[in-house]
Design a protein around this ligand. Structure first.
Ligand code: HEC
Length: 176
């Protein structure tokens, strides 16, 4: 072998050694960490990794709170829903179905909305207590629901919101 080709071989070898060593050192110096949870959070919207909130064993009925519930406060609560729902008569379905006249409507009431089986298989109508349970914890009420909303933990907030939903109707259902 000529001296020239020896030099070339040595250079190639050296380049390889440098590449390997720097990769090795970089691995020691930098420890990438995967984020444990998403940094950007939307209020009320659960991350996929979040565990289902433990539902209270027994949910107190909302009926006794409805008569004195604050409809204006309920309208304010509904701001947590507008990312996914419209509330006006004839409003479009978005991520979730339009919610006009939802109190007393049958489960999966909106035309043309692709509901989960979890909601479709619920028998009967949306009573006040159904809405109370669903809004307290959608996943506890309807395991497998597509509604990615953690729930409203406070009974007063749910009562106010349900009282507001009741007003969204041509003929609001009687209070219980
Ligand atoms: C992240 C989007 C999202 C948010 C926020 C959200 N929803 Fe929903 N909602 C949905 C989806 C999706 C469905 C359909 C659920 C299914 O099919 O499992 C749904 C279904 C419903 C239903 C059942 C309607 C029917 O026709 O049976 C009601 C009632 C409801 N939502 C109320 C609310 C209220 C009130 C809020 C605010 C406190 C809210 N949702 C917040 C996405 C959302």
């Amino acid at each position: 072998m000529s001296l020239e080709s020896n030099k070339i071989a040595a250079a190639v070898l050296m380049a390889g050694v440098i590449a390997m060593t720097s990769g090795f050192i970089a691995g020691i110096l930098v420890h990438p960490h995967a984020l444990k949870e998403s940094v950007y959070k939307v209020e009320g919207v659960e991350s996929a990794a979040a565990a289902a909130p433990a539902a209270p064993a027994v949910l107190a009925p909302v009926a006794p709170l409805l008569a004195s519930a604050d409809v204006a406060a309920g309208e304010a609560q509904s701001k947590k829903c507008v990312a996914c729902h419209t509330f006006n008569q004839g409003g479009p379905n978005r991520v979730g179905p339009n919610l006009w006249d939802i109190v007393g409507a049958k489960h999966a009431h909106a035309q043309g909305f692709a509901y989960s089986d979890a909601i479709k298989s619920k028998p009967g109508d949306w009573t006040y207590e159904d809405l109370n349970a669903f809004l307290a914890s959608p996943r506890a009420y309807a395991p497998g629901t597509k509604m990615a909303f953690a729930g409203l933990p406070k009974a007063e907030d749910r009562a106010a919101l349900i009282a507001y939903l009741r007003t969204l109707s041509g003929s609001p259902k009687p209070l219980p």
